[in-house]
Design a protein around this ligand. Structure first.
Ligand code: PLP
Length: 432
């Protein structure tokens, strides 16, 4: 297979094994560009179906099952857990909450990946490429899930991991994973955007292989979310595809996946991509509102959904491209909308971290506004696991989130340690 790195702006090409993250002539982002004619010859829906039925390495991975679309690489170089193979849920409670129907709403749970977020799909391809390049140290800035995932894949692939995290602003589940998997963890006294800037600056000098989503090999792995989703839907294209937007790697990868699948004849139409941001952390939305005339950045992003608390997303240009390719849109949701949607997703027995639930809050808002229709087929991506941020969940249900309505709080009941009181309380509830 013949693939190159290609600048998305000036179209200059570089060999796949050149160690660069941006175009050397114009500074724009790079794509991993596969020769789609060649890929087309090599793959078919039947081939993917056949691989779905095997336990054979690496095809049992929901990423490497589609390897011709991900990365041309020798099998022995692949670092896989394996990842992917995440469930696609129907939920009456979630459907009713957003105003859709059981049949028309699907939620794909990327929190079911090995480390609990979709980042694993990008790490398997990113760390595999690190392997190909002979890199021994990998690095990233992270709001949490990238560091958790990178530390785990580095451990599996016998590499050192250095993670830059914003001090005191990351969810406990994520921090605990980075430490536990053995990542060298630098708590930067600043926010995510500061950490991102620093890791970019030092990685080239110190010979660290950078595994943020500015690395185009990560996005190739994340394309598999969409490939696997469409495979699960028998290649029937939904009307809408909805995801949260932070550093915008996912939105960018989704656009590229859809564009390529159409070129390859796997699908003949595209869903509209709706990217949902938190009101206090919405640089893409603010830019979208200017018709992308202005590239707006947010200095001090704020939201409880820490995974999308990013004011200067590195993949901005690729995300704009994805919105344009799919006739997509960007929407914002409030903090209360995110946390109340989370209570519904959690209460439906599915469960997800706050950023994931921006997806569901966004769908509700877009249906209420008449932009999405009850009759539309909607696929929403839940990006991270419910256990990632126990503080947000517990504080919501204990009504200890200052300034939040906590509308669906399910408070624990304190009972004295005797049988009469326990029976009285339970009967009181059952008879209510
Ligand atoms: C990383 C992450 C996001 C944001 O994805 P981007 O690709 O950075 O836009 C959203 N939700 C969760 C759970 C994440 O880990």
């Amino acid at each position: 297979m013949y693939s190159v790195l290609k600048c998305i702006k000036c179209k200059k090409e570089y060999p796949l094994n050149e160690l660069i993250y941006e175009c050397k002539s114009c500074g724009a982002l790079l794509d991993v560009q596969h020769d789609l004619e060649e890929v087309k010859e090599a793959i078919s829906k039947e081939l993917f179906d056949k691989r779905l039925g095997t336990r054979q390495f690496p095809y049992m991975s929901g990423v490497w099952r589609y390897r011709e679309l991900i990365l041309p690489v020798e099998e022995k170089m692949i670092i896989s857990r394996p990842e992917g193979n995440t469930n696609l849920y129907k939920s009456k409670k979630a459907a009713e909450f957003v105003g859709s129907t059981l049949e028309n709403l699907r939620l794909k749970h990327e929190g079911e990946n090995p480390t609990g977020s979709f980042k694993d799909r990008g790490m398997t391809s990113g760390v595999t490429q690190a392997n190909v390049l002979g890199a021994e140290i990998v690095a990233c800035a992270s709001t949490g899930n990238t560091s958790a995932s990178m530390a785990a894949f580095a451990a599996v692939g016998n590499k050192k991991a250095i993670v830059f995290i914003p001090e005191g602003k990351i969810a406990y589940g994520k921090l605990s994973q980075a430490l536990a998997y053995g990542g060298i963890t630098l708590q930067i006294r600043g926010n995510f955007d500061d950490a991102m800037k620093l890791v970019k600056e030092v990685s080239l000098d110190l010979n660290l292989y950078l595994l943020n989503s500015v690395n185009p090999f990560r996005l190739e792995g994340q394309k598999s979310i969409i490939i696997e989703l469409l495979h699960q839907l028998n290649w029937e294209v939904p009307d809408w595809l909805v995801c949260p937007g932070g550093n915008l790697g996912n939105s960018s990868a989704f656009g590229k996946a859809l564009h390529e699948l159409k070129e390859l004849g796997f699908i003949d139409s595209l869903p509209r991509l709706a990217v949902i941001q938190a009101e206090g952390s919405a640089p893409l939305y603010l830019s979208y509102k200017t018709g992308f005339e202005k590239h707006v950045e947010v200095e001090n992003p704020e939201t409880i959904a820490t995974a999308i608390k990013i004011g200067k997303p590195v993949n901005y240009t690729k995300a704009v491209r994805a919105i344009k390719w799919t006739n997509g849109l960007v929407e914002i949701v409030t903090e209360d909308e995110i946390m109340n949607a989370k209570a519904i997703v959690d209460g439906a027995g599915i469960g997800a971290e706050p950023a994931s639930c921006a997806t569901v809050a966004g769908i509700k808002k877009l249906i209420e506004a008449g932009i999405m229709d009850k009759k539309d087929k909607i696929a929403g991506i839940l990006t991270g696991n419910i256990l990632k941020d126990p503080d947000a969940t517990v504080n919501y249900h204990m009504k200890k989130l200052d300034g939040y309505a906590c509308t669906h709080a399910n408070e624990p009941i304190v009972v004295d340690a005797n049988r009469e009181d326990v029976e009285r309380v339970i009967k009181g509830i059952l008879n209510a």
